[in-house]
Design a protein around this ligand. Structure first.
Ligand code: MCN
Length: 796
């Protein structure tokens, strides 16, 4: 049995439980709890004139009805704006229940609590809300006209406006560099609105303990510690009287980082008020119209370049559709604008974005968080430059790469946190070489010619990206070895399917030299670990992974000290293998870690005769035990935190071969290849799984998924009947290769991997379709009917 598990493709330990129906998701909890349901706005923009609940009061089994008027104190205030920014001059958030105006279809207005969900829904149907209709604003280009306003006090519907300008090394602005460039191009790109679709929607279950005056809240969340703080603050409870637990979570993909969602404070509040258990689970339509969306942007690009395809100046203007509210500030367009440059060093760069309010569902980060849009922009630019010059698309990219010896590389941009955006490491030329080999880039022209001879249209595409991962400020880990030799690891961030139970156990087993079967892992439970940020921004491996390793190192150091004492050896001569501390080279001079755990506590609680003998358990009263040495603490446990100076930059390159049907314009992905660099891999199998899942989501964004709003702000495809997502039949086999350039920023050399798969897919598919069709692709997603329209336009 090996204990060097870091880097091994260990099978996910959580899967047996999850795939055999043993998972405990939110709706599995509290079977006897009361149920909550919400009356949500059917209109995109309206003033609430009156709410008449009288008919609902007669419903048998009804327990309570609440409107904004009923909310006390801080609960009646708008929800928090989680990430303020100086450029966000007009940040706006919703009230937990609408106060006077509703600004998108689906906004919650009334909460009903009843004996079960059927009764609650029936009561909702009897509540009569009188509205005064206001003109809805849909689409950013209409919104910026400012004729109709989403928020009366936000002129032009502009929530934020931001410009960043990075001059060239010889001091030219982007405008000057473009004007002086030998070649220039200008074009527009349209990116549609989409959304995460976790299998399990949001959900909250709360119970109040009247004796203890404390609340226990279960939430299908990505940030249990932040929900806890929000609940305590909004309900005026001391923090230790609120515990928040994320049970098994059936996917999050970003939508569950918002904290608190209205339901996350309303349900606990009502549970306390009524002294009853209450549960709410989101249904799919609620998820479509009252959670969060992302992606929608209109981009205008101007680029100047030389004969080699080197970009001398780039100017990008972005209209970002932030929907009706900005709970997450402007993090999405900031990421688009700052990470757009990808693996390239370009001459001069100017980027400007406006974040625009519309009467649609609010925007918060969705896997990739602004990067798919940025990569679409940059990679479309690279392809257009190559097409203009008649050069190979990979050559043009290579001509612009940051070299492997140029790290750390400062892009000259300022990120959300006010700090410079600096890439720590990578090897882009090597990634591209590996990718070209994997997909057979150089032999593709022959393949294409053969296909053409058979009347088939095929094309190859490529896309490159970088991703700032492992964002701070911190994450912690706690590790305890108990006197049975088991290792208990906890960290405050949550899991939604990423395999944390496995990878964190791999780290602890490797650091402590114990078999992985001895290690258990708890995440997302504030009773076990109260200080944490959460799982998003591909940060868990970097942040909690390193924190757990550091905590293990503390524990190991203590274990070796105690063992050295017992073995009369020098701690520097000791090793731990398979849970046994032994003198290196002398396996007989050894002591089990379990025994060390007993020795670490003067009370010497030992459970078996052998350990009792080994630890000289005398049975004497606790008063006779040796004192705890100064500076020591009883027990074999340790806690540590990891707090990086900045994010570490993962990177990758994808390529695809597609076929387009000359008649139907159907697009089929024939091959898909990925080279990915997330530094040292903890578990290559899990990373591949993450990338495959990400690519599948990316295929959705590239070919199928979009939220279709009509001019009245009605979402026309708010169901799985109408919102197209790829099935297994549409997702190709994904060929994956890893490159490992360790991050110099953290002890384990890790970079994140959880979002990578999704980021370049639209750019890659657009590149491949463009190659097959010789038609410029300027939108994502691209459907058969879009392609057909483009063909007709070209033919005219
Ligand atoms: N990993 C590894 N070696 C590395 C990097 C990562 O073995 N060098 C492993 C990690 O240990 C972890 C997984 O890969 O098990 C993803 O790690 P990381 O990149 O740290 O991402 P997080 O764990 O922080 O997860 C968040 C990320 C995001 S931002 C979204 S969105 C997303 C994603 O994860 N949502 C997901 N993947 C998801 N996967 C599932 N099943 N469900 C979601 O909701």
């Amino acid at each position: 049995m090996t204990t060097k598990l870091f880097g091994e493709p260990v099978r996910r330990r959580e899967d047996a439980r999850l795939v055999t129906g043993q998972g405990r998701y939110l709706d599995d909890l509290g079977p006897g709890a009361l149920a909550a349901a919400f009356v949500r706005s059917p209109h995109a923009h309206a003033r609430i004139r009156d709410i008449d609940v009288s008919a609902a009061l007669d419903v048998d089994g009804l327990v309570a009805i609440y409107t904004w008027e009923d909310l006390p104190g801080a609960l009646a205030e708008p929800l928090p704006l989680l990430i303020p920014h100086p450029a966000l001059t007009h940040g706006r958030t919703a009230y937990p229940l609408a106060k006077d105006v509703v600004r998108h279809v689906g906004e919650p207005i009334v909460m009903v609590v009843a004996e079960d969900r059927y009764i609650a829904e029936d009561a909702c149907a009897l509540i009569d809300v009188e509205y005064e209709f206001l003109k809805p604003v849909v689409g950013v280009e209409e919104a910026v006209q400012g004729v109709h306003l989403v928020h009366e006090d936000v002129p032009g519907n502009v929530g934020a406006h931001m410009v960043q300008e990075v001059p060239s090394r010889d001091g030219r602005s982007a405008a000057e560099a473009i004007a002086a460039a030998p070649h220039t191009l200008e074009f527009r790109l349209d990116i549609e609105r989409s959304a995460c679709m976790p299998l399990e929607g949001k959900g909250v279950y709360a119970r109040w303990d009247a004796d203890d005056q404390s609340l226990r809240v279960y939430s299908s969340t990505q940030t249990s510690t932040s929900v806890r703080m929000a609940v305590a603050a909004k309900l005026g409870l001391p923090l230790p009287k609120v515990e928040v637990i994320a049970p098994d979570v059936g996917g999050g993909f970003g939508v569950k980082i918002v904290h608190p969602w209205p339901e996350e404070i309303l349900i606990p509040w009502a549970a306390r008020l009524l002294d009853r258990e209450i549960k709410w689970t989101e249904d799919r339509r609620e998820h479509f119209v009252s959670s969060a969306h992302e992606r929608a942007q209109v981009q205008h690009v101007r680029v100047g370049f030389d004969d080699e395809g080197r970009v001398l100046g780039l100017d990008v203007t972005i209209l970002h559709d932030n929907g009706a509210y900005t709970p997450y500030g402007i993090i999405v367009p900031i990421i688009t604008s700052t990470q757009l440059l990808g693996p390239y060093k370009i001459g001069a760069y100017r980027v400007e974005f406006s974040s625009i309010y519309t009467n649609t569902v609010q925007v918060t980060p969705y896997r990739g968080a602004g990067r798919p849009q940025g990569v679409f922009c940059m990679e479309r630019t690279m392809d257009r430059v190559a097409a203009y010059l008649g050069r190979d698309r990979t050559e043009v990219r290579a001509a612009n790469f940051i070299g492997p010896d140029e790290f750390p590389y400062d892009q000259g941009l300022i990120f959300q946190d006010g700090r410079p955006l600096i890439y720590d490491s990578g090897n882009y030329p090597e990634s591209l070489r590996m990718l070209k080999e994997l997909i057979g880039w150089d032999s593709f022209p022959e393949m294409k010619a053969r296909a053409a001879a058979d009347g088939r249209r095929i094309g190859i595409g490529v896309g490159c990206y970088v991703e700032g991962t492992g964002v701070g400020p911190y994450e912690g880990g706690h590790v305890q070895v108990t006197s049975d030799g088991r290792v208990h690891v906890s960290t405050g961030l949550t899991s939604q399917g990423q395999g944390h139970e496995t990878v964190f156990a791999q780290i602890a087993a490797t650091e402590l030299g114990v078999p992985i079967e001895k290690v258990s892992v708890v995440t997302g439970d504030t009773r076990r670990f109260g200080y944490a940020v959460g799982t998003f921004a591909s940060r868990a491996a970097v942040m909690s992974g390193n924190a757990i390793a550091l905590a293990c190192r503390k524990v190991r150091e203590k274990a070796l000290r105690i063992a050295a004492d017992a073995l009369e050896a020098d701690p520097r001569d000791l090793e731990i293998t398979d849970g046994i501390v032994h003198v290196a080279g002398t396996p007989s001079a050894s002591i089990p870690l379990a025994t060390v755990a007993v020795l670490s506590n003067p009370l010497r609680y030992a459970f078996d005769e052998e350990t009792k003998r080994a630890t000289q358990f005398s049975g004497a009263s606790s008063m006779d035990r040796p004192p705890v040495d100064e500076g020591e603490e009883p027990g074999l446990e340790g806690r540590d935190y990891y707090s990086p100076i900045r994010s570490t930059f993962a990177s990758g390159m994808h390529a695809a071969i597609v076929e387009t049907d000359p008649e139907t314009a159907e697009i089929t992905i024939l091959r898909y290849a990925v080279v990915h660099d997330c530094g040292k891999l903890i578990n290559p199998m899990i990373v591949e799984g993450q990338i495959h899942g990400g690519v599948a989501q990316g295929v959705g964004g590239a070919l199928y998924e979009k939220m279709v709003y009509d001019e009245y702000g009605q979402l026309l495809n708010a169901s799985f009947m109408d919102f197209l997502m790829p099935y297994a039949t549409e997702v190709p086999r994904i060929e994956t290769a890893h490159l490992e350039t360790p991050s110099p920023l953290n002890p384990l050399g890790i970079k994140g991997a959880g979002e990578a798969g999704v980021i370049p897919v639209s750019a890659v598919i657009a590149s491949a379709v463009e190659d097959a069709e010789a038609i410029p692709i300027d939108r994502m997603p691209i459907s058969p009917s879009d392609l057909h329209t483009l063909r007709l336009r070209l033919a005219r």
